[in-house]
Design a protein around this ligand. Structure first.
Ligand SMILES: [Fe+2]
Ligand SMILES: [Fe+2]
Length: 269
């Protein structure tokens, strides 16, 4: 069983920035790798409808089924709807892993959901109120992610869903996927980059990592969100994979054909 891992394709933004769709190049790369399934760890595009359109285009053009969990951009919405509405649209799509672990053979399960952030990565000297005010100034979720509840409560919901599903599949080896950073060593304070330091609280939750640390049957952990290609690293008994595509302004080249190769990895189960 071969899984191709992708994240943060931002198909809509990258189309705009490149002046052409990235779908043909990504599809042709998928055909070349010929995985049994593609797994995308969020941020396909902005809003659920666009995500679904790109998921279906990629599936049709590559001929390979895709499993998806939302990123923060996937649930962005205007004032007419709330983000749960976007989340539920994606949950109900055939590609979704939300509440529907993908069982592969007799041994493996792919378990995933969006995840969220809860300010556990804030600097020790920052109060919660300071995080909230920095979110307003520096982080676009403040305008477009509308949960009707606090970020910590969204994270609590995600943690409950992860725990329940991970407990229920203790008899299997697990590939875990969420959009956000589960480990604090991926969110170091920068000596130079002040904007990065401001947005660290919105990168993920160490509570997700703590949960995974208690689950030895989780052998692979996949995330995106941070647009830095950390690659695949060993962490105790797990392999941790972070291979986001990100925006063209963050790429080494302006060639999608080249970038998609370094923004992906294959897991063989
Ligand atoms: Fe992203
Ligand atoms: Fe993101």
């Amino acid at each position: 069983m071969k899984l191709l891992i992708l994240s943060d394709l931002h198909c809509d933004n990258n189309h705009q920035r490149l002046g052409k769709s990235i779908v043909p190049a990504v599809s042709s790369y998928i055909r070349e790798v010929a995985p049994d399934r593609v797994l995308v760890a969020g941020d396909m595009a902005g809003g659920a409808d666009r995500c679904i359109r790109y998921i279906e285009e990629l599936e049709q053009n590559s001929g390979v089924a895709l499993s998806y969990i939302p990123g923060n951009h996937s649930i962005w919405t205007d004032k007419r709807t709330d983000s749960w509405h976007e989340y539920e649209k994606l949950r109900d799509h055939h590609s979704s892993l939300i509440g529907k672990p993908l069982l592969l053979g007799t041994d493996w399960a792919v378990i995933g959901d969006m995840g969220w952030y809860d300010y556990t990565y804030r600097e020790d000297s920052w109060s919660r109120e300071e995080c909230v005010s920095r979110k307003e100034s520096y982080w676009r979720d403040a305008a477009f992610a509308r949960w009707g509840m606090e970020d910590e409560e969204v994270t609590d919901r995600m943690l409950d869903s992860f725990r329940t599903q991970l407990e229920a599949h203790r008899d299997r080896r697990v590939v875990f996927v969420n959009h956000f950073i589960p480990y604090d060593d991926y969110v170091p304070i920068s000596p130079r980059n002040k904007v990065w330091n401001m947005i660290r609280p919105f990168m993920g939750s160490s509570r997700i990592g703590d949960l995974l640390d208690d689950m030895p049957h989780v052998e692979h952990v996949i995330f995106g969100h941070v647009h830095y290609r950390f690659g695949t690293k060993r962490r105790g008994d797990k392999l941790v994979h972070c291979h986001p595509l990100g925006y063209t302004s963050e790429w080494q080249s302006q060639q999608i054909e080249k970038e998609i190769r370094s923004a992906s990895c294959v897991i063989k189960l």
